[in-house]
Design a protein around this ligand. Structure first.
Ligand SMILES: [Zn+2]
Length: 491
């Protein structure tokens, strides 16, 4: 075996050949290849197969013992919030709303949006997420939006800016001349590395004020992404209003889509919309039970997302694992409620890998470019390989391995658009120290703006008292206080 190539060997003129991987192509016509090779030339995947001929001048990457899959796609991430990573670990959704919507969203400066976006984007790439929708609802001025775009363009990832502003009214900002000028300045030409969506929620107000924002999206021919079916926030009324006014189209992403009736799911399915499921978020924040068990029944296409790093991590290994488990958990609970036992799992590991790759690509209308290892598509790919890890062998069920065994630390190599972004577990050409300094300045600014008491309080929200259920048994020997076993009297 020749020694591993070095980072400097990956030059734009040299093809890259990954050799001997378990290839999860996510392309049904190719399937899974054991001992498979993938050849990348320029920004494209040229060939996928076994024992491919080595082109002249190729850089050969030994991928044996590893799994090659398409770059993962996250369809809903509030990247700006990564600047306060982990701050809200113990929040409920209402505490999150109070923090960002009412109290502290407004003290975020353009520089803070930039800092969060840079860190979030780096984190995504490091974890093999090559395309991310930046659900950017902290854009209270166009200067904030400029900072968001500057951050995304500074990174070697594929992004879609979901332009939003929770501090303003979407029917106003989406029709503001400054917003329109921003769109023409940055998005007048199609760009495969940075797309644009409108990001806003529909409250269900019978007057349907959001109509103006949907009309703006239609004028500008932009997809819409909206938090739908969020317990206590958005509900069936929003879906009905969108339907009645003709704004439900295949270009709408319904984020969470949890607390909805069959009627709303049917409208989503009939109009060709897709759902972005953030299982860890839904489980912890309370939007509703992670809905894939419902979405599957209605044939609604699913993509995965992580929502926000103010609570959770931002890697899709966690999303796949949580989603598969939540779906199965619900199937068991539903069966048990009828005295039945689930003897076959409907949702498979391969399905959640599909959602994390092709599902996201489809939701963004980018499935002709990314989402699978198909010759001719863009070379966004991830090699999961870690020869020093006891969890990376044996690889028997490769989809199951990705979902339940591997993690972000096993991401060995990442290419985006044919460019090397991570190699041998190290990011390439990324200035992490600069990102760290930017985020430190944001933390300092937010903390000072909030004041020490509010800052500490938001990490220690009140804990409601748990009432202990009366217990008829007494046995306290284990506590050493001499009380022997006492059987309760049968009643
Ligand atoms: Zn969200």
């Amino acid at each position: 075996m020749t020694p591993d190539p070095q980072v400097a060997d990956f030059t734009p003129d040299r093809p890259v050949l990954f050799r001997g991987a378990t290839v999860l192509s996510m392309d049904p016509s190719i399937g899974v290849l054991d001992g498979g090779d993938v050849l990348v030339r320029g920004d494209r995947i040229e060939q996928v197969g076994r024992d491919l001929a080595v082109p002249d001048n190729a850089v050969e990457v030994d991928a044996t013992g590893g799994i090659l899959l398409p770059g993962m796609v996250d369809t809903h991430r509030h990247m700006w919030q990564t600047a306060l990573r982990g701050l809200g670990a113990d929040w409920t959704l209402s505490q999150y709303f109070v923090f960002y919507y009412l109290n502290w969203g407004k003290i975020h400066r353009p520089a803070d949006i930039h800092a969060g976006n840079v860190l979030s984007g780096i984190e995504a790439l490091d974890a093999g997420v090559t395309t991310t929708v930046d659900w950017s609802h902290g854009l209270q001025t166009v200067e904030h939006a400029e900072a968001a775009v500057e951050a995304l363009r500074s990174l070697p990832g594929r992004f879609v800016l979901g332009y939003g502003n929770i501090l303003g009214a979407p029917w106003e900002w989406a029709n503001d001349a400054r917003f329109r000028a921003f769109v023409s300045e940055h998005f007048s030409a199609p760009d495969e590395m940075l797309g644009l969506q409108l990001a806003f929620d529909v409250t269900g107000d019978a007057e349907f004020p959001e109509r103006g924002a949907f009309e703006a999206a239609r004028d500008l021919d932009l997809p819409v992404t909206t938090h739908a079916g969020v317990w206590g926030a958005t509900n069936d009324d929003g879906i009905r209003l969108m339907w009645e006014h003709g704004f439900m189209t295949p270009k709408v992403t319904y984020v969470h889509a949890t607390t909805l009736t069959d009627d709303s799911y049917q409208r989503i399915a009939a109009s060709g919309g897709t759902a972005s499921v953030s299982t860890e978020s839904e489980q912890s924040a309370g939007q509703g039970y992670p809905p894939t068990w419902q979405l599957r029944k209605h044939g609604i296409p699913v993509s995965l997302s992580m929502d926000t790093s103010v609570w959770w991590s931002a890697d899709l290994f966690s999303a796949m694992r949580a989603t598969l488990s939540a779906d199965r958990s619900r199937e068991h609970l539903e069966a048990h409620a009828h005295g039945e036992t689930v003897v076959h799992n409907k949702l498979r590991a391969a399905d959640v890998v599909e959602w994390a790759t092709m599902g996201g690509a489809r939701a963004l209308g980018l499935d002709h470019l990314i989402g699978s290892l198909t010759p001719g598509k863009k070379a966004d790919l991830v090699l999961i390989k870690n020869d020093r890890s006891p969890t990376m062998f044996p690889i028997l069920h490769p989809y199951g391995h990705v979902v339940y065994q591997a993690g972000r630390g096993d991401v060995h190599t990442v290419l985006v658009n044919g460019e090397l972004v991570k190699y041998r577990h190290e990011l390439v050409g990324i200035d992490l120290d600069r990102a760290r300094a930017e985020v430190a300045a944001t933390v300092e600014h937010i903390r000072a703006g909030m004041g020490e008491e509010a800052w500490r309080e938001c990490m220690a929200p009140e804990i409601p008292e748990t009432e202990l259920i009366p217990n008829p048994y007494t046995y306290a020997d284990y506590r050493g206080d001499g009380v022997a076993v006492q059987h309760s009297e049968p009643s």
